[in-house]
Design a protein around this ligand. Structure first.
Ligand code: IPD
Ligand code: CA
Ligand code: CA
Length: 272
Protein backbone atom coordinates (compact mmCIF):
# COMPACT_ATOMS: atom_id res chain seq x y z
CA UNK A 1 0.00 0.00 0.00
CA UNK A 2 1.60 3.32 -1.04
CA UNK A 3 2.31 5.61 1.93
CA UNK A 4 2.60 9.37 1.79
CA UNK A 5 6.09 10.89 1.60
CA UNK A 6 5.68 11.98 5.21
CA UNK A 7 4.86 8.46 6.45
CA UNK A 8 7.75 7.04 4.42
CA UNK A 9 10.12 9.41 6.25
CA UNK A 10 8.73 8.23 9.61
CA UNK A 11 8.80 4.52 8.65
CA UNK A 12 12.41 4.71 7.42
CA UNK A 13 13.50 6.38 10.68
CA UNK A 14 11.56 3.86 12.81
CA UNK A 15 13.05 0.85 10.98
CA UNK A 16 16.57 2.24 11.52
CA UNK A 17 15.95 2.77 15.24
CA UNK A 18 14.27 -0.65 15.40
CA UNK A 19 17.38 -2.31 13.93
CA UNK A 20 19.53 -0.68 16.61
CA UNK A 21 17.13 -1.81 19.36
CA UNK A 22 17.12 -5.40 18.06
CA UNK A 23 20.93 -5.37 18.13
CA UNK A 24 20.92 -4.05 21.72
CA UNK A 25 18.25 -6.59 22.71
CA UNK A 26 20.75 -9.31 21.84
CA UNK A 27 23.35 -7.75 24.17
CA UNK A 28 21.18 -6.70 27.12
CA UNK A 29 23.59 -8.04 29.72
CA UNK A 30 26.22 -5.54 28.48
CA UNK A 31 23.81 -2.64 28.19
CA UNK A 32 24.50 0.44 30.29
CA UNK A 33 21.41 1.13 32.45
CA UNK A 34 20.65 4.15 34.65
CA UNK A 35 17.72 5.32 36.75
CA UNK A 36 15.66 8.44 35.88
CA UNK A 37 13.50 8.04 38.99
CA UNK A 38 12.00 5.27 41.19
CA UNK A 39 11.95 2.14 38.93
CA UNK A 40 12.19 4.37 35.86
CA UNK A 41 15.04 2.98 33.76
CA UNK A 42 16.86 4.44 30.76
CA UNK A 43 19.45 2.54 28.80
CA UNK A 44 22.06 3.26 26.19
CA UNK A 45 19.59 1.60 23.79
CA UNK A 46 16.94 4.30 24.45
CA UNK A 47 19.49 7.06 23.86
CA UNK A 48 21.00 5.45 20.75
CA UNK A 49 17.54 4.94 19.21
CA UNK A 50 16.56 8.55 19.93
CA UNK A 51 19.75 9.84 18.29
CA UNK A 52 19.04 7.77 15.19
CA UNK A 53 15.44 9.05 15.02
CA UNK A 54 16.44 12.67 15.49
CA UNK A 55 19.14 12.42 12.79
CA UNK A 56 16.89 10.62 10.28
CA UNK A 57 13.91 12.93 10.80
CA UNK A 58 16.12 16.05 10.68
CA UNK A 59 17.69 14.84 7.40
CA UNK A 60 14.22 14.72 5.79
CA UNK A 61 12.63 17.73 7.55
CA UNK A 62 15.50 19.93 8.85
CA UNK A 63 13.25 22.77 10.02
CA UNK A 64 10.83 20.75 12.16
CA UNK A 65 11.01 20.88 15.96
CA UNK A 66 11.70 17.72 17.97
CA UNK A 67 10.50 16.55 21.40
CA UNK A 68 12.10 13.31 22.53
CA UNK A 69 11.72 11.48 25.86
CA UNK A 70 15.47 11.22 26.48
CA UNK A 71 16.86 14.38 24.86
CA UNK A 72 14.00 16.78 25.47
CA UNK A 73 13.02 19.68 23.23
CA UNK A 74 14.91 20.83 20.12
CA UNK A 75 13.05 23.80 18.58
CA UNK A 76 13.01 24.05 14.76
CA UNK A 77 12.94 27.04 12.39
CA UNK A 78 9.45 25.89 11.35
CA UNK A 79 7.32 26.61 14.43
CA UNK A 80 4.22 24.87 13.02
CA UNK A 81 5.70 21.35 12.94
CA UNK A 82 7.06 19.21 15.79
CA UNK A 83 8.04 15.55 16.04
CA UNK A 84 7.02 13.86 19.31
CA UNK A 85 9.15 10.75 19.86
CA UNK A 86 9.44 7.84 22.26
CA UNK A 87 12.55 5.94 21.06
CA UNK A 88 11.84 2.91 23.27
CA UNK A 89 8.45 2.52 24.91
CA UNK A 90 8.46 -0.41 27.31
CA UNK A 91 12.04 -0.06 28.57
CA UNK A 92 11.42 -2.31 31.57
CA UNK A 93 10.05 -5.03 29.22
CA UNK A 94 13.10 -4.53 26.97
CA UNK A 95 15.50 -4.89 29.90
CA UNK A 96 13.86 -8.21 30.81
CA UNK A 97 13.97 -9.50 27.24
CA UNK A 98 10.15 -9.29 26.99
CA UNK A 99 9.52 -8.72 23.24
CA UNK A 100 6.77 -6.17 23.82
CA UNK A 101 8.21 -2.68 23.26
CA UNK A 102 8.05 -0.07 20.53
CA UNK A 103 9.42 2.97 18.75
CA UNK A 104 6.77 5.70 18.53
CA UNK A 105 6.77 8.82 16.34
CA UNK A 106 4.05 11.44 15.96
CA UNK A 107 3.96 14.63 13.91
CA UNK A 108 2.16 17.64 15.37
CA UNK A 109 1.07 20.45 13.01
CA UNK A 110 -0.24 23.65 14.62
CA UNK A 111 -0.93 21.71 17.83
CA UNK A 112 -2.83 18.87 16.09
CA UNK A 113 -1.44 15.34 15.67
CA UNK A 114 -1.57 14.68 11.89
CA UNK A 115 0.52 11.50 11.60
CA UNK A 116 1.47 8.69 13.98
CA UNK A 117 3.51 5.51 13.94
CA UNK A 118 4.17 2.77 16.50
CA UNK A 119 6.59 -0.01 15.56
CA UNK A 120 7.44 -3.14 17.56
CA UNK A 121 10.74 -4.35 16.05
CA UNK A 122 10.56 -7.62 18.00
CA UNK A 123 7.61 -8.86 15.91
CA UNK A 124 7.78 -6.35 13.03
CA UNK A 125 4.33 -4.96 13.71
CA UNK A 126 4.07 -1.49 12.15
CA UNK A 127 1.04 0.64 13.06
CA UNK A 128 0.54 3.85 11.06
CA UNK A 129 -2.13 6.51 10.77
CA UNK A 130 -2.59 9.84 9.05
CA UNK A 131 -5.37 12.25 9.96
CA UNK A 132 -8.43 11.52 7.81
CA UNK A 133 -6.73 8.58 6.05
CA UNK A 134 -7.37 5.67 8.44
CA UNK A 135 -5.13 3.46 10.58
CA UNK A 136 -3.20 0.39 9.40
CA UNK A 137 -1.22 -2.52 10.80
CA UNK A 138 1.28 -3.78 8.23
CA UNK A 139 -1.04 -2.43 5.50
CA UNK A 140 -4.20 -4.05 6.97
CA UNK A 141 -6.88 -1.41 7.68
CA UNK A 142 -7.79 -1.28 11.37
CA UNK A 143 -11.16 -0.98 13.14
CA UNK A 144 -11.67 -0.90 16.90
CA UNK A 145 -13.58 -3.88 18.34
CA UNK A 146 -17.38 -3.67 18.21
CA UNK A 147 -18.14 -5.38 21.55
CA UNK A 148 -20.72 -3.55 23.66
CA UNK A 149 -20.92 -5.87 26.70
CA UNK A 150 -18.31 -5.15 29.42
CA UNK A 151 -18.67 -8.76 30.57
CA UNK A 152 -17.22 -9.90 27.21
CA UNK A 153 -14.52 -7.25 27.00
CA UNK A 154 -10.81 -7.11 27.78
CA UNK A 155 -9.48 -3.84 29.19
CA UNK A 156 -5.84 -2.82 29.54
CA UNK A 157 -4.40 -0.40 32.07
CA UNK A 158 -1.20 1.02 33.51
CA UNK A 159 -0.17 0.06 37.01
CA UNK A 160 1.59 2.72 39.05
CA UNK A 161 4.45 1.35 41.13
CA UNK A 162 5.83 2.53 44.45
CA UNK A 163 7.06 6.13 44.25
CA UNK A 164 4.92 6.95 41.22
CA UNK A 165 1.19 7.65 40.99
CA UNK A 166 -1.71 7.21 43.40
CA UNK A 167 -1.76 3.55 44.54
CA UNK A 168 -5.08 3.83 46.45
CA UNK A 169 -6.83 5.31 43.42
CA UNK A 170 -5.32 2.67 41.13
CA UNK A 171 -6.45 -0.13 43.45
CA UNK A 172 -10.03 1.20 43.43
CA UNK A 173 -10.02 1.51 39.64
CA UNK A 174 -8.59 -1.98 39.12
CA UNK A 175 -11.07 -3.45 41.56
CA UNK A 176 -13.92 -1.78 39.63
CA UNK A 177 -12.56 -3.08 36.31
CA UNK A 178 -12.28 -6.61 37.75
CA UNK A 179 -15.96 -6.44 38.73
CA UNK A 180 -17.20 -5.51 35.24
CA UNK A 181 -14.79 -6.70 32.52
CA UNK A 182 -14.01 -10.23 31.27
CA UNK A 183 -10.28 -9.59 31.56
CA UNK A 184 -7.70 -7.03 32.71
CA UNK A 185 -4.26 -6.67 31.08
CA UNK A 186 -1.09 -4.80 32.03
CA UNK A 187 1.37 -5.18 29.10
CA UNK A 188 3.87 -2.43 29.96
CA UNK A 189 4.00 -0.25 26.83
CA UNK A 190 1.40 2.55 26.59
CA UNK A 191 2.01 3.15 22.85
CA UNK A 192 1.22 -0.53 22.12
CA UNK A 193 -1.77 -0.49 24.50
CA UNK A 194 -3.35 2.23 22.32
CA UNK A 195 -2.30 0.42 19.11
CA UNK A 196 -3.99 -2.77 20.41
CA UNK A 197 -7.22 -0.80 21.00
CA UNK A 198 -7.00 0.50 17.40
CA UNK A 199 -6.46 -3.10 16.22
CA UNK A 200 -9.49 -4.38 18.18
CA UNK A 201 -7.30 -6.62 20.40
CA UNK A 202 -8.10 -4.62 23.55
CA UNK A 203 -11.67 -3.35 23.90
CA UNK A 204 -10.60 -0.47 26.14
CA UNK A 205 -7.59 1.05 27.90
CA UNK A 206 -6.94 3.63 30.58
CA UNK A 207 -3.81 5.04 32.23
CA UNK A 208 -2.52 8.05 34.19
CA UNK A 209 0.86 9.79 34.61
CA UNK A 210 1.81 9.51 30.93
CA UNK A 211 3.84 11.88 28.74
CA UNK A 212 3.07 13.28 25.26
CA UNK A 213 5.44 10.74 23.63
CA UNK A 214 3.48 7.83 25.24
CA UNK A 215 0.18 9.12 23.85
CA UNK A 216 0.46 11.19 20.65
CA UNK A 217 0.72 8.49 17.96
CA UNK A 218 -1.70 6.14 19.75
CA UNK A 219 -4.43 8.77 20.06
CA UNK A 220 -4.48 9.18 16.28
CA UNK A 221 -4.34 5.41 15.65
CA UNK A 222 -7.45 4.84 17.82
CA UNK A 223 -9.39 7.75 16.28
CA UNK A 224 -8.50 6.74 12.71
CA UNK A 225 -9.68 3.19 13.56
CA UNK A 226 -13.11 4.59 14.51
CA UNK A 227 -12.49 4.69 18.28
CA UNK A 228 -12.92 7.30 21.00
CA UNK A 229 -10.08 8.76 23.05
CA UNK A 230 -10.23 11.40 25.78
CA UNK A 231 -8.59 12.40 29.04
CA UNK A 232 -10.14 10.80 32.13
CA UNK A 233 -12.41 13.82 32.59
CA UNK A 234 -13.89 13.14 29.15
CA UNK A 235 -12.09 16.13 27.61
CA UNK A 236 -9.44 16.51 24.93
CA UNK A 237 -6.51 17.64 27.15
CA UNK A 238 -4.88 14.20 26.89
CA UNK A 239 -1.32 15.36 26.14
CA UNK A 240 -1.34 18.11 28.77
CA UNK A 241 -3.12 16.16 31.55
CA UNK A 242 -1.21 12.94 30.83
CA UNK A 243 -4.15 10.61 31.35
CA UNK A 244 -6.24 8.70 28.81
CA UNK A 245 -9.29 6.49 28.23
CA UNK A 246 -9.83 4.75 24.87
CA UNK A 247 -12.24 2.27 23.27
CA UNK A 248 -15.25 2.11 20.98
CA UNK A 249 -18.07 4.55 21.84
CA UNK A 250 -19.74 2.27 24.41
CA UNK A 251 -16.53 1.01 26.01
CA UNK A 252 -15.10 4.53 26.26
CA UNK A 253 -18.26 5.91 27.87
CA UNK A 254 -18.65 2.97 30.28
CA UNK A 255 -14.96 3.07 31.24
CA UNK A 256 -15.16 6.78 32.14
CA UNK A 257 -18.30 6.09 34.18
CA UNK A 258 -16.82 3.24 36.22
CA UNK A 259 -13.51 5.05 36.79
CA UNK A 260 -15.43 8.05 38.12
CA UNK A 261 -17.43 5.71 40.36
CA UNK A 262 -14.23 4.07 41.59
CA UNK A 263 -12.73 7.50 42.26
CA UNK A 264 -15.55 8.48 44.58
CA UNK A 265 -15.33 5.07 46.30
CA UNK A 266 -11.59 5.61 46.87
CA UNK A 267 -12.24 9.13 48.19
CA UNK A 268 -14.65 7.72 50.81
CA UNK A 269 -12.10 5.31 52.29
CA UNK A 270 -9.04 7.58 51.90
CA UNK A 271 -7.24 8.00 55.20
CA UNK A 272 -6.82 11.79 55.73
C1 IPD B 1 6.40 3.57 30.09
C2 IPD B 1 5.47 2.51 29.51
C3 IPD B 1 4.57 1.96 30.61
C4 IPD B 1 3.81 3.06 31.31
C5 IPD B 1 4.75 4.09 31.87
C6 IPD B 1 5.63 4.66 30.74
P1 IPD B 1 8.77 3.94 28.97
O1 IPD B 1 7.16 4.14 29.06
O2 IPD B 1 4.69 3.06 28.49
O3 IPD B 1 3.64 1.07 30.06
O4 IPD B 1 3.04 2.51 32.35
O5 IPD B 1 4.02 5.13 32.50
O6 IPD B 1 6.53 5.63 31.28
O7 IPD B 1 9.33 4.62 30.21
O8 IPD B 1 9.06 2.50 28.94
O9 IPD B 1 9.10 4.66 27.71
CA1 CA C 1 10.71 5.52 26.50
CA1 CA D 1 7.05 5.60 27.09
Amino acid sequence: MPHSALLNVMIKAAFRAGKSLKRDLGEIENLQVSLKGPRNFVTAADRRAEEILRTELAKARPDYGFLGEEGGTHPGADKTHRWIVDPLDGTTNFLHGIPHFAVSIALERNGVIVAGLTYNPANDELYVAERGKGAFLNDRRLRVASRRQLAEAVVACGLPHYGRGDLAQARAEIFAAQRYFAGLRRFGAATLDLAFVAAGRFDAYWERDLSPWDLAAGMLLVREAGGFVSDLDGGDAILTKGHVAAGNETMHRELLRLLKEAGSEAAKVRVP
